[in-house]
Design a protein around this ligand. Structure first.
Ligand code: PLP
Length: 420
């Protein structure tokens, strides 16, 4: 897939040059800057082909063999393949691959297990919880009574004693484990034990690490959680979408919670693309990739720390790093802007050791970055060291922005995400 020879884009260019320019511009942006956003990745050309296929035209409410629409005999096979591949890949008795996104999967998980007003224990938002873990701006915070647990302010690690105490005190209907910003493995066995002791369901929101799980580079929540929610577009490298995994006894409730309770027609082109991604994730090459993602993140975290940034928890087990740039004289929001100008694209985040100090700015104190996309491009540990040096040079104002942008472009172009 090259930038110059894409028939689909040629068709679009003839019919709608305005939009064609935007597609090409975005492709060029992705190829010439460094995608350090922890939740992003590059799908394969095969996944993109499924996404851009005629399956996008098909209405398919319901499930394979039980649809509300005619003409589903072929897309039924696509969904059965996706479900079978997901079950095999993750060792789950049941998989639902229809959830439109990670948030939709969480909505369906709550719909399957809870009633409005139920109490739920989840990681607090300032400590790395997701919007769907009880944000007042989200349905979760409006419809359920969320009790937040946190991370230890010094170590940045989940405060297990607090989880146990809160669970005993509040007797939640469900406990959620999983995060948008936690760089370490989650101790699923611990959460299972607390859930059993207090009579709660355990929901694992593995949106971030599920790709590492697929590649054998992170522990699996599947044997421990009643329900696992995930995305397919982060480290897993599939199309933008969600999925749920569970045991046989919850299968029907989960399916009904997705359709018809929270969604209408399934997106069959996305489901086909999920099947392609699950196929890719089952290969030895993907396992090598997942382990390289973690190796790269470890090197990048160590290099950032050596450059003077404070890396939360002192490192990472995963693809994800959060760090405080304050020792270099900038806060997260300023750092994100300086780095964006240099072509290094990443997010701000809250930091455990400064949350509370200044509540209004607390959520933009830190930087959150990941190695999934760079690793897909073929970058290794040597490139991570270079990225850390460039990043720190920009933040310390040692490298001029134009020069940094040129160096970033040169590095990115040496590892094209879609070569050929
Ligand atoms: C990314 C993420 C989600 C939601 O994903 P969307 O597809 O953006 O809705 C849910 N939970 C966690 C922990 C995440 O990191």
């Amino acid at each position: 897939m090259s930038v110059t020879h894409v028939p689909e884009t040629d068709v679009l260019r003839r019919q709608d040059p305005e939009l064609a320019e935007i597609l090409l511009g975005e492709r060029e942006r992705q190829a010439s800057t460094l995608q350090l956003i922890a939740a992003e990745n590059f799908t394969s050309p095969a996944v993109l082909a499924a996404l851009g296929s005629s399956l996008a035209n098909k209405y398919a409410e319901g499930y394979p063999g039980a649809r509300y629409h005619g003409g589903c005999e072929i897309v039924d096979i696509a969904e059965r393949i996706a479900v079978d591949r997901a079950r095999t890949l993750f060792g789950a008795e049941h998989a639902n691959v229809q959830a439109h996104s990670g948030s939709s999967a969480m909505l369906a998980a709550y719909a399957a297990l809870l009633r409005p007003g139920d109490t739920v224990l989840a990681l607090g938002l300032p400590d790395g919880g997701h919007l769907t873990h009880g944000s007042p701006a989200n349905f979760s915070g409006r419809w359920f009574d969320f009790i937040p647990y946190g991370v230890d302010a010094e170590t940045g690690l989940i405060d297990h004693e607090q989880v146990r105490t809160l669970a005993r005190g509040h007797r939640p209907k469900a406990i959620v484990c999983g995060s948008t910003a936690y760089p370490r493995h989650i101790d699923y066995a611990f959460f299972r034990e607390v859930a059993d002791e207090t009579g709660a369901y355990l929901i694992a929101d593995a949106a971030h690490p599920i790709g590492l799980v697929a590649g054998g580079a992170a522990p699996s929540p599947v044997p421990y959680a009643d329900l696992v929610c995930a995305t397919t577009h982060k480290v897993l490298r599939g199309p933008r979408g969600g999925m749920l995994l569970c045991g046989g006894e919850l299968a029907e409730r989960v399916d009904r919670a997705v359709f018809p309770f929270t969604q209408g027609g399934a997106q069959m082109h996305t489901i086909a693309a999920k099947a392609v991604a699950f196929g890719e994730a089952a290969t030895p090459a993907f396992s090598v990739y997942a382990h390289q993602v973690v190796a790269n993140a470890r090197v990048l975290a160590a290099a950032l720390e050596a450059e003077g940034l404070t890396v939360t928890t002192g490192g990472t087990d995963t693809h994800l790093i959060t760090a405080d740039p304050a020792p270099l004289g900038v806060d997260g929001r300023t750092a994100r802007g300086l780095l964006a100008a240099a072509g290094m694209v990443l997010d701000c985040c809250a930091l455990p050791h400064v949350s509370g100090a200044d509540v209004t700015a607390a959520h933009v104190r830190g930087l959150r970055l990941g190695t999934a996309a760079l690793t897909t491009q073929g970058m290794g540990e040597e490139e991570m060291a270079r990225v850390a040096a460039l990043l720190a040079g920009v933040l310390r104002d040692e490298v001029e922005s134009r020069k940094a942008r040129e160096e970033v472009r040169e590095l990115a172009l040496a590892f094209p995400p879609y070569p050929g």
